[in-house]
Ligand binder design. Structure first.
Ligand SMILES: Cc1cc2nc3c(=O)[nH]c(=O)nc-3n(C[C@H](O)[C@H](O)[C@H](O)COP(=O)(O)OP(=O)(O)OC[C@H]3O[C@@H](n4cnc5c(N)ncnc54)[C@H](O)[C@@H]3O)c2cc1C
Ligand code: FES
Ligand code: FES
Length: 487
């Protein structure tokens, strides 16, 4: 069995005496006494635990990534570089993000401030912070429960994207992460990080009941909130399944692609994906959470599935026997159940390219009690292809929060085909949605509310895409849709 090995604030650390389900946050505070990193929620919501890792796992340029250390299991760091808030001061001189926070009077309590600093640190070295909404997005995973955010935003604006040439930018260039491959055991608990498919298949023969993990932003909650101790975890992160490739008439996106890479790489070909990912978790979650993890949880309120269903995406499943490709609509077979068989993983998702010469409208919507960092009540990916005569050739409406699985509104879609794409047609057809879905009442919304929201989203989609076929960010609703009051 191997030793855990990673670089922390200037030193390589070797560790063999901690359970593999130890979070980086626990390790920093309890084992290393690096108490600048705080625990607020232990579930990825508050950002008090934010640290930086260097992401060099893909062919992209190396990047600093802010992540939630409360959800990161120590073995996920094998071979990686980590910076905590303690590392930012150089020879007694604060880092420019710290200076900026002081200048703008943004420094707050010792609980939230270190987390803000680390998110600002990522912002400082990001080359792509070119729009205001990206700054909000950068900071929305850091909460302060007491005071205002304006000075913090001002301090972030002052340093965002400045990419200073300093010891940190040199580190970014010079850091040479070690192989991620790992077989780690502590007591009865085992954690494997295979770096080849052959090793994965061998492991699965020995441990058929092992659970897969990638970003851990879903699975780690079982450890931090339900205090479970999974005995056998196999990470899929080292298998090289994170490439994004444009093929002849579709895009192939590796399952372990993180959401922040997905958001950036697919913004042009699929603005509807970028729009949904903007309101998906926070930057720290998107820097770890993956496309495959989101789909494989098969959550009825997972936010990517409705969009991908509307884009007619396909799931590429891989086992020792080879690949099989199925429509994503056949991947979700029941409440939190997928078509994956034992010994099979999700390797990639294929998304047909949008035919730009055709009249295609597509957009995505997320309705939740809070705009940012909240779980969807209803989410939707909506797509329509309209003929030169203004008639619907094909409609694909994917919904989350309306059934036990993310699903398409097939009856409504059929009812629209051949009809004129107009407000009158929609008004007449929208009640058909009741044949597609019988949503549940729960604390996020009643069945009546969900039905109403779903109908209103389709009408809103019609209105919003009249002038701009694929609306981009930020959300600028062009129309108000009347919400009737609950009967
Ligand atoms: C604070 C917070 C906010 C969040 N916000 C949102 C949100 O707005 N919208 C949303 O939809 N979700 C949200 N999530 C849920 C989660 O972040 C996403 O579902 C994420 O995409 C999961 O990816 P992961 O790699 O972290 O999955 P993991 O936790 O690593 O895995 C999740 C599950 O999928 C399985 N799995 C993962 N990859 C594969 C694969 N390639 N093949 C087979 N099985 C696999 C694992 O075995 C596990 O059962 C949020 C989570 C947190 C903690
Ligand atoms: S402790 Fe709140 S996000 Fe990690
Ligand atoms: S949580 Fe730190 S000042 Fe509010």
């Amino acid at each position: 069995m191997d030793t855990l090995r990673f670089w922390l604030n200037g030193q390589w650390i070797e560790e063999s005496s901690v359970p593999p389900t130890t979070t980086l946050l626990q390790y920093l505070r309890q084992n290393k006494r690096l108490t600048g990193t705080k625990e607020g929620c232990a579930e990825g919501d508050c950002g008090a635990c934010t640290v930086i890792v260097i992401d060099k796992k893909t062919s992209d340029k190396p990047r600093f990534r802010a992540i939630n250390s409360c959800l990161l299991l120590l073995p996920m760091l094998q071979g990686s570089y980590v910076l905590t808030v303690e590392a930012l001061e150089t020879n007694g001189t604060p880092h420019i993000v710290q200076e900026s926070l002081v200048q703008e009077l943004g420094s707050q309590c010792g609980y939230c401030t270190p987390g803000f600093i680390m998110s600002m640190f990522e912002a400082c070295y990001r080359p792509d912070l070119d729009e205001d909404w990206k700054l909000d997005d950068q900071l929305c995973g850091n909460l302060c429960r007491c005071t205002g955010y304006r000075p913090i935003l001002d301090a972030t604006k002052a340093i965002a994207g400045t990419q200073p040439q300093d010891s940190f930018s040199s580190l970014l260039q010079d850091a040479t992460p070690e192989p991620m491959s790992l077989s780690y055991q502590h007591g009865e608990q085992k954690y494997f990080n295979p770096t080849s498919l052959d090793t994965l298949w061998e492991l699965l023969e020995t441990y058929p009941d092992a659970r897969f993990i990638v970003g851990g932003t879903d699975l780690s909650l079982e450890i931090t909130k339900q205090f479970k101790e999974p005995q056998l975890l196999i990470s899929l992160e080292g298998l090289g399944l994170s490439e994004i490739e444009e093929k002849d008439d579709y895009w192939r996106v590796g399952a372990t692609t993180t959401l922040s890479r997905l958001e950036a790489a697919l913004a042009q070909p699929f603005p509807t994906i970028e729009r949904m990912v903007r309101f998906f978790g926070a930057r720290q979650i998107k820097n770890r959470g993956t496309l495959g993890g989101n789909i494989c949880t098969a959550s009825p309120i997972g936010d990517l599935a409705p969009v991908l269903l509307s884009l007619n995406a396909r799931a590429v499943l891989l086992s020792k026997q080879g690949e099989r490709i199925i429509p994503l609509s056949e991947f979700f077979v029941g409440y939190r159940q997928t078509a994956l068989q034992q010994g099979e993983i999700l390797a990639a998702v294929e998304i047909p390219s949008l035919q730009t010469e055709q009249d295609i409208r597509s957009c995505s919507y997320k309705v939740s009690k809070r705009q940012e960092l909240d779980i969807s009540t209803v989410s939707a990916g909506l797509y329509v292809h309209i003929s030169k005569d203004g008639e619907v050739v094909e409609a694909r409406f994917g919904f989350g929060g309306m059934a036990a699985t993310p699903s398409r509104a097939t009856q409504l879609e059929q009812a629209l085909v051949g009809k004129t794409w107009s407000e009158e047609t929609l008004e007449a057809a929208l009640p058909t949605l009741a044949q597609d879905f019988t949503p549940i009442d729960d604390h996020r919304g009643s069945a009546w509310y969900r039905n109403k929201v779903a109908q209103n989203l389709i009408m809103g989609f019609f209105l919003e895409t009249q002038n701009e076929p694929q609306p981009r960010l930020p959300y600028r609703p062009t129309a108000t849709v009347n919400l009737e009051t609950t009967p």
